[in-house]
Design a binder for this molecule. Structure first.
Ligand code: PLP
Ligand code: COI
Length: 366
């Protein structure tokens, strides 16, 4: 299947009233409340993608022997819809999410979803739940995901899958509204290793990161930062964000792709920074250099970025052997200007020279 005519649309009979929705949107937090609808498609060996539906959000009925519950064949994406000043709704680089979704699918031996179907699914959900895209600084976080639901306990790629998109209005990811994060360096746990699944957006990567995140929280830190698994030396990324280092000579360093998630925000920041004349290097940077450069002043700023988190400064780094501060713990000028540049493009407050924003397309038949 491929065309929008294949989606069967059944609007929910119990959508929230405008008033209920407005009160849900006052302080939505992150990932706590959900819109009225969801999109689902199914895949089976032999018939491929079929049964595309736009319908009321409801729980899944799952057999206890469904493959995902045992061997974790699950991948997901995260992208945001923004309300522009003229009232229209925009998606930021959704084609990149569709492509990354398929790279994750390939790594996890799951079926690929045609990019057009990925984007149409997201657009269908927005078509029905567009009123949930907040005005002002909020956004609607869209979560496409796919899981194996074959009823079989053998260890092999499943022959049945479900693709689904849900949506959740989002305020700031960091509740406390931190201006600069405190990070905990995990000396004990790795997130990914060469040949592993670090570059895929699969649920298992996040399950494996939670114990380190718990330790970070126990040390009073906001997030954990992972080092490479082989030498425990090279800074990789956070559990859900990529990381950048701004040097005194204006050079910006970010860890190279390989075992990290190829963030779409990361890629956009690299392009924006280069277009503003910064030299951006994708290169390994060690925890020892990070500390020494922060102490000497050679490192001026660090920031992390991701769809959920946007762009946030790093103010302090703690590890078992001690801690160090970055630039008096205040967000620096490069972090702030890249953050503003990106947010202004995403929200339609500034020109979009690279055509990253996709204003909600017209779906046939509506
Ligand atoms: N790294 C990890 C592990 C993530 O989960 C995310 C979030 O999706 C990112 C980085 C940032 O990726 P993006 O900018 O595409 O949201
Ligand atoms: C995102 O930024 O979209 C993510 O998936 C990260 C997660 C921590 C919410």
């Amino acid at each position: 299947m491929g065309g929008s005519e294949a989606f069967v649309v059944t609007p929910s009979a119990s959508r929230l009233s405008a008033q209920e929705r407005a009160s849900a949107l006052v302080d939505p937090g992150f990932g706590k409340i959900f819109t009225d609808h969801m999109v689902t498609l199914r895949w089976s060996e032999g018939s491929g993608w079929h049964d595309a539906r736009v319908r009321a959000r409801e729980p899944f009925m799952m057999d206890p022997a469904s493959a995902v519950l045992h061997y974790g064949q699950e991948i997901f994406e995260g992208l945001k819809a923004y309300r522009r000043p003229d009232g229209s709704i925009t998606l930021f680089r959704p084609e990149e999410n569709a492509r990354r979704f398929n790279r994750s699918a390939m790594r996890m031996a799951m079926p690929e979803l045609p990019e057009t179907l990925f984007i149409e699914s997201v657009e269908w959900l927005l078509k029905l739940d567009g009123d949930w895209v907040p005005e002002g600084e909020g956004s609607l976080y869209l979560r496409p995901f796919m899981f194996a639901n074959e009823v079989f306990l053998g260890v092999r790629p499943a022959s049945h899958y479900v693709f689904c998109v849900i949506a959740s209005p989002a305020g700031p990811y960091f509740q406390q509204g931190a201006k600069a994060l405190t990070l905990w360096v995990s000396d004990r746990y790795s997130r990914a290793a060469s040949g592993g699944t670090g570059a895929a957006k699969c649920g298992g990567n996040y399950a494996g990161s939670l114990i380190a995140q718990m330790q970070a929280a126990a040390r009073g830190c906001d997030q954990v930062v992972f080092l490479d698994a082989a030498e425990r030396r090279w800074v990789e990324e956070l559990g859900g964000m990529n990381i950048f280092f701004v040097m005194e000579d204006g050079e910006i360093i970010t860890p190279p792709l390989g075992t990290i998630l190829p963030g779409i925000t990361r890629d956009s920041i690299i392009e924006l920074a280069r277009s503003e004349g910064y030299a951006v290097r994708e290169a390994r940077y060690s925890i020892e250099d990070w500390e020494a450069d922060a102490v000497s002043g050679r490192l001026r700023e660090s920031f992390v970025c991701g769809t959920a988190a946007t762009v946030v400064a790093v103010g302090e780094v703690r590890r078992l052997s001690g801690s160090f501060e970055i630039a008096s713990k205040a967000p620096g000028p490069v972090t702030q200007s890249l953050q503003t540049r990106l947010l202004d493009i995403q929200r339609g407050r500034a020109p979009d020279p690279l055509h990253w924003c996709r204003t909600l397309g017209k779906i046939a038949g509506l």
